[in-house]
Design a protein around this ligand. Structure first.
Ligand code: AHG
Ligand code: MN
Ligand code: MN
Length: 332
């Protein structure tokens, strides 16, 4: 007779993980549960996005000069409202807010700093392509009662947890707290995230796939151009590019490969943001056996100087990231 596998909800998984740490207060478990709740609320709106007329820009630009989509604004509010009153959080920071976000005085503050990209890949919303949410969690390191900008500007190596939610053909939450990477799939019929991908590891050997917006080829350095030409010619790589970082990284995590958002000659900083895109994904990939580099150093070693700072990124299977670094160095 076929053995039925056990159903493990995210709350049960978090509680069992917490039991491994006798000093744990439960605060971290509660924080992750609050983020999982926010993910369900955002996921619900994402899933019915085609049904109501909520598309198009709200009419204001975000701090990067990009049009804000309505769903971005909504997702940003959901993340904030899930966390502001909990007493777990010292301060917050979001892609959609220029400054770091203080916890209002009427609410107690806690020890954790949560930095997020509420909706990643928003240019894909109107065409029904996967989008996501990314989060990065640090511990407050200043001694005051409430968090400050300094608490947000910590290197990725100091993260205590990181994760993403993928609103794809199913909704998945993937996170690491430094003891492996665990993936949960939302069962919409019961509204629960169920453990579907315990202890995720990048495959060995990895699938030979590169992922980059190749339309920018002429803007790249000679080294970057040579790298991509090598991958597709002598390297025998295939190519996949969704244009939502969460979806591209998720595929890379499951199948292996090399995701790149390189610098351009006229834009050396690249596009993706260190604190809420590159660093959390780097932590997750590393925990699954992969790597993330800027091309010259580990993404997680960079000490941030501003909230929305950008960074070039080469992320995925370790051997491919190593190879990218070597080929880029030949150009220097
Ligand atoms: P966001 O929607 O949060 O601004 O992020 C979009 C990012 C990322 O998801 C994706 O990898 C990248 O932009 C795609 O950029 P290009 O359109 O330049 O390829
Ligand atoms: Mn993003
Ligand atoms: Mn975004």
């Amino acid at each position: 007779m076929k053995q039925e596998s056990h159903v493990v909800t995210i709350s049960r998984f978090l509680i069992e993980e917490e039991r491994k740490f006798p000093d744990a207060t439960g605060a971290f478990t509660n924080l992750l549960s609050d983020i999982a709740l926010a993910a369900k609320v955002i996921g619900r709106e994402v899933n019915k996005a085609g049904l109501v007329d909520i598309f198009g820009a709200v009419g204001e630009e975000n701090v990067h000069g990009e049009d804000q989509q309505k769903l971005d604004v909504f997702a940003n509010q959901v993340m904030y409202r899930a966390l502001d009153h909990t007493g777990l959080v010292a301060c917050l920071a979001s892609e959609e807010s220029e400054e770091f976000i203080r916890i209002p005085d009427k609410f107690p503050a806690g020890d954790y700093v949560v930095i997020y990209d509420p909706l990643d890949g928003s240019s894909n919303i109107d065409v029904n392509v996967s989008i996501g949410t990314i989060f990065s969690i640090h511990r407050k390191r200043t001694t005051g009662e409430r968090g400050t900008l300094e608490d947000c500007l910590q290197p990725g190596s100091e993260q205590v947890a990181a994760g993403y939610v993928l609103y794809g053909s199913s909704t998945m939450l993937v996170y690491t707290a430094g003891t492996g990477v665990h993936g949960f799939t939302l069962d919409p019929s019961i509204g629960e995230f169920i453990l579907s991908h315990p202890n995720m590891r990048m495959p060995e050997p990895p699938k030979k796939v590169y992922s980059v917006n190749e339309a920018y080829f002429t803007r790249w350095s000679r080294g970057q151009q040579r790298l991509v030409s090598h991958l597709k010619n002598e390297g025998g790589f295939g190519s996949r590019y969704i244009g939502s970082m969460v979806a591209d990284i998720h595929r890379t995590l499951l199948q292996g490969g090399l995701f790149m958002y390189p610098s351009e000659v006229a834009k050396p900083e690249g596009k993706l943001r260190l604190l809420y895109e590159a660093a959390p994904m780097a932590f997750i990939l590393e925990q699954a056996g992969g790597r993330a580099s800027t091309g010259t150093q580990e993404v997680r070693d960079i000490v941030p100087t501003s909230l929305h700072q950008r960074v070039p990124i080469y992320a995925g299977s370790r051997e491919f990231v190593d190879m990218a670094e070597e080929m880029l160095a030949q150009d220097a």
